[in-house]
Ligand binder design. Structure first.
Ligand code: PHE
Length: 468
């Protein structure tokens, strides 16, 4: 903590909002609502909540404890537990860097869409007179434009991260996250004035959703989908909460934060569904998820609302940008923190600005092939490894969300739960007289329940990505 380049959060609200900022992202907006409807509705929500409690809350507390106890970013933090565990920390440098390589491209798309709707509000031609599918196809094929919007995103986020923890990241989240919830509420209220909006609720909360999405209930598949979604959505298994935890003040309650952050993330995911599906159904659209939902279905939905749709569309994409940026800066912070800490440990300290600049450049290099791949429209997708998984974006996602994240979560539970034992993390969680909310729950989960559930996730996610 003595490194002047590290910094710390100014207080609990700043920390909580920043961690929620990392958790609430594109995953909440395009992943959760669709998956909930397509995988059983209410029963899916219950399965998801079980994973949130037994894996999300537990790994969140574990990561924050590791971070604060060691005061270091993941590689050095894991190395302090045991030299041989540094490899787990390395996942935490690789994973966020790879995810940033596609996440930045997607936020760049949202910047383009927000700009498009802004032009439309003032009577301009924001989408070259094209509808959802056509515009999206044309835009993604225009690699120069996609690269420009990706650069705008990366430079913007780089400036925030270079500003430091309290001066940049916390400042953005203190405005961005309340702003995000306000935007969600405004859009939800508007949605409920639309005729036919209740179909959105039917889709998300009842078993009719499966009929609407053309799917069938499969318990194991629902578990697998819920678990992968939870890990990604709570930003776990890649050292983000280790890094943020290392900036946390000792008087903060780790267990309280570990309950609040996943709860807020789940709330945001449900609210995102209410901000999306009632409008989609009211305008006669069909449910889908992922890139198609965010950039094609919703574009058509807003366009068919008439002139008010331009305003709602603009607000919606600003919401996506807030959610995306607050997540991307957490990804960029982890890898930059690694540079800062390891250079310090070698006695050749690098300034935060230089570390962020280097990381931004590396992420940009990783994002270029994603832009060139045009979501599967290029020869890159035909490469042997890539074609087995999907497009290049799916491949980045497979190695991170499908492999490294669950693996890191399991290893962290086993290393801390079995090798170090409960007193190691309990001491940290009880610092400054804090009580652990659910002490026995954490003990049993870290050792047995979480690693067992995560192993199931790892195996089934890997198999499903490979289509087995
Ligand atoms: N949790 C973010 C989301 O739901 C994405 C993210 C993943 C952010 C991993 C940081 C780390 O979109």
């Amino acid at each position: 903590m003595d490194n002047k380049n590290r910094g710390s959060f100014s207080g609990s609200i700043g920390f909580i909002l920043t961690a929620i900022g990392s958790a609430v992202g594109l995953g909440n907006l395009w992943g959760f609502p669709y998956k909930m409807g397509a995988n059983g509705g209410f029963p899916f929500l219950i399965i998801y909540l079980i994973f949130v409690v037994f894996c999300g809350v537990v790994v969140m507390a574990l990561e924050m404890s590791i971070g604060r106890k060691t005061g270091k970013s993941p590689v050095l933090a894991m190395g302090e537990i045991g030299r041989q565990y540094r490899i787990v920390g390395w996942f935490s440098v690789l994973c966020p860097t790879i995810i940033s390589g596609f996440y930045s491209v997607l936020i760049g798309y949202s910047v383009r869409y927000a700009w498009g709707f802004l032009l439309e509000i003032f009577g301009g031609n924001g989408f070259d007179g094209m509808g959802g599918g056509d515009f999206f196809g044309t835009y993604t094929a225009d690699v120069t434009q996609v690269l420009i919007f990706t650069i705008i995103t990366l430079v913007g986020c780089g400036i925030i991260v270079a500003g430091g923890i309290s001066g940049g990241i916390e400042k953005f989240n203190k405005v961005g996250i309340p702003g995000l919830f306000v935007l969600l509420i405004v859009i939800i209220i508007y949605n409920f004035t639309l005729p036919g909006a209740s179909q959105g609720l039917t889709y998300m909360f009842t078993s009719k959703g499966m009929e609407m999405a053309g799917t069938e209930f499969d318990f194991f598949n629902a578990c697998r989908v819920a678990a992968g979604q939870m890990l990604f959505s709570c930003s776990l298994g890649m050292g983000i909460m280790i890094t943020y935890g290392s900036y946390m003040k000792p008087e903060e309650s780790i267990s309280r934060n570990a309950w609040i952050i996943p709860a807020a993330d789940t709330l945001a995911a449900i609210m995102a569904g209410l901000a999306i599906f009632p409008a989609v159904f009211a305008q006669g659209g069909t449910p889908n998820g992922g890139v198609g939902l965010l950039f094609i279905t919703l574009h058509d939905t807003f366009t068919s609302m008439g002139s008010i749709g331009n305003i709602i569309g603009f607000l919606f994409y600003v919401l996506v940008i807030f959610a995306g940026v607050s997540s991307l800066i957490s990804l960029m912070e982890v890898s930059s923190a690694h540079f800062i800490d390891s250079s310090e440990a070698k006695g050749k300290p690098v300034s935060r600005k230089k570390a962020v600049l280097a990381m931004t450049a590396i992420i940009f290099v990783l994002s270029v092939p994603v832009c060139l791949d045009m979501l599967g429209g290029s020869a890159i997708t035909q490469l042997p490894l890539v074609s087995k998984i999907g497009c290049l974006l799916d491949t980045y996602d497979f190695f991170t969300e499908g492999l490294m994240m669950p693996l890191a979560a399991i290893l962290m539970c086993l290393i801390v739960g079995w090798k170090k034992g409960p007193s190691w993390y309990e001491e940290e969680m009880e610092k400054c007289g804090n009580k652990i909310i659910g002490k026995s729950f954490f003990r049993v989960s870290i050792k047995y329940i979480t690693p067992a559930m995560m192993t199931f996730v790892l195996i089934s996610l890997a198999l499903s990505y490979l289509g087995i």
